[in-house]
Design a protein around this ligand. Structure first.
Ligand SMILES: Nc1nc2c(ncn2[C@@H]2O[C@H](COP(=O)(O)OP(=O)(O)OP(=O)(O)O)[C@@H](O)[C@H]2O)c(=O)[nH]1
Ligand SMILES: [Mg+2]
Length: 392
């Protein structure tokens, strides 16, 4: 979806800063002929941090910043002076963003609460200066520690909207109309399929100042899991909803069958979607009279609570809100638990490559900084250099 501003999938390259090297300086001053080692420690390299920010709604801003590089630590210097720490880089993302390793598909983390931070890549520690290595038998160490190396990784960020109720239905079922009736959201509504091309969120006010969030997503059709219609990519936005509201219009030939088709597409996308609580709304019920409703009632799918509604006349809207509120507040539907169970899965590598291609995110982002190549030959970095006892 290149021309859309709703960006929910982006690949970026991240690199933390390397640690500054320790200094090997020897003190030299008038009247102090052998001043001994006084080389200071190198600074810490900057971290790459992912932070949830409720002021962002999409990942659009990252499309223009594909390379995120933290600062390097500076080298230590004479007089035991510390090198300056490298600058951390914070990637601000909307709440509900999930990060994966773009090469392996490994799940890295997600951030859901405003202000929540996760260090994606740690900056290298600075090397110790030579004065740390002075011993009784080694008065003038001419070596110091190198800084720890930087880390780099290409990551995929995926936004999964956090809403309480997700709307599921064929195109034209009246999903956007319902959202506009119960919330201040103003999604586009029209009498043709696929009016909605990107998800909309609305806040539904309930009694006594209570509220919940509803997500309207593009319609689903039979075969969506094979890419028909707009496919299933938008389903990720209702993956974390604790409740799914199925919407089938009153004039459908077979409501129960339409419901089964929807269920089946969801199952193909992710079987765990079926663990969620479901409610069925028979929409556009202003086209029915009581007699017709009584006639339809027995043919409705079993084991799922239903309401006849009309966004036009307001029929059943309060009953629907009551039902949604009650279901949402059942202990078993609390969103936290569901997030754990559903979002944290690695991506299969073949699937990931396919997905990157479809999203137009398969460009190679590898980053090489010419200035830095020269640094590597200087010294070998060894893990043992970093044993705790080396520290002062
Ligand atoms: N009679 C009647 N018509 C309705 C009702 N709700 C929606 N409609 C009409 O149904 C058509 C489709 O409504 P939308 O809300 O755009 O449907 P949608 O499910 O969001 O459709 P997509 O975005 O294409 O998936 C519009 O012409 C609406 O005016 C209703 O309660 N009664
Ligand atoms: Mg719509």
């Amino acid at each position: 979806m290149p021309e859309s501003n709703f960006v929910d999938y982006v690949k970026i390259y991240c690199r933390s800063g390397k640690g500054g090297r320790g200094s090997t300086h020897m003190r030299r001053a008038k009247y102090i002929p052998n001043g001994g080692p006084d080389g200071g420690d190198g600074g810490r390299g900057g971290d790459i941090i992912l932070r949830a920010n409720r002021n962002y709604w999409t990942l659009l801003h990252l499309k223009y910043e594909r390379h995120i590089l933290a600062g390097h630590g500076e080298s230590g210097s004479k007089n035991r002076s510390f090198g300056k720490d490298g600058e951390d880089k914070v990637i601000e993302v909307p709440c509900g963003t999930v990060a994966y390793n773009a090469e392996t598909g490994e799940y890295l983390c997600d951030v859901t609460e405003h202000g929540q931070e996760v260090v994606l890549l740690k900056g290298g520690r600075g090397g110790l200066g030579n004065w740390h290595f002075k011993t009784a038998t080694r008065q003038a160490p001419r070596f110091a520690q190198p800084g720890e190396p930087m880390q780099e990784m290409t990551i995929v960020l995926e936004l999964k909207l956090l809403a309480d109720v997700g709307l599921v239905g064929f195109p034209n079922a009246g999903k956007s109309t319902l959202l506009s009736t119960v919330s201040a959201a103003r999604p586009k509504i029209a009498n043709y399929p696929f009016t909605t091309l990107e998800p909309n969120l609305g806040i539904v006010s309930y009694r006594d100042g209570k509220s919940f969030v509803m997500a309207d997503i593009p319609g689903i059709i039979e075969g969506a899991s094979q890419g028909k219609g707009l496919g299933l990519r938008f389903l990720r936005h209702i993956e974390r909803n604790s409740l799914l509201l199925f919407m089938v219009p009153a004039d459908s030939d077979d409501i129960a069958r339409e419901y089964e088709i929807l269920l089946n597409e969801l199952r193909t996308f992710n079987p765990e979607m079926l663990d969620k609580q479901r409610v069925l709304a028979v929409t556009k019920s202003d086209m029915l009279d009581q007699e017709l409703m009584d006639e339809i009632e027995p043919s409705l799918p079993q084991g799922i609570p239903h309401v006849f509604i009309s966004s036009v006349t307001g029929l059943g809207i309060n009953a629907l809100k009551d039902l949604l509120w009650t279901e949402l507040n059942k202990e078993s539907n609390k969103i936290e638990g569901k997030i754990e169970s559903i979002a944290h899965r690695p991506k299969d590598i073949g699937f990931l490559q396919q997905e990157l291609k479809e999203e137009g995110e398969d460009e190679d982002l590898t980053y090489i900084d010419e200035d830095e190549v020269e640094d590597l030959e200087d010294f070998e970095y060894e893990e043992e250099d970093w044993e705790e006892e080396d520290k002062p």
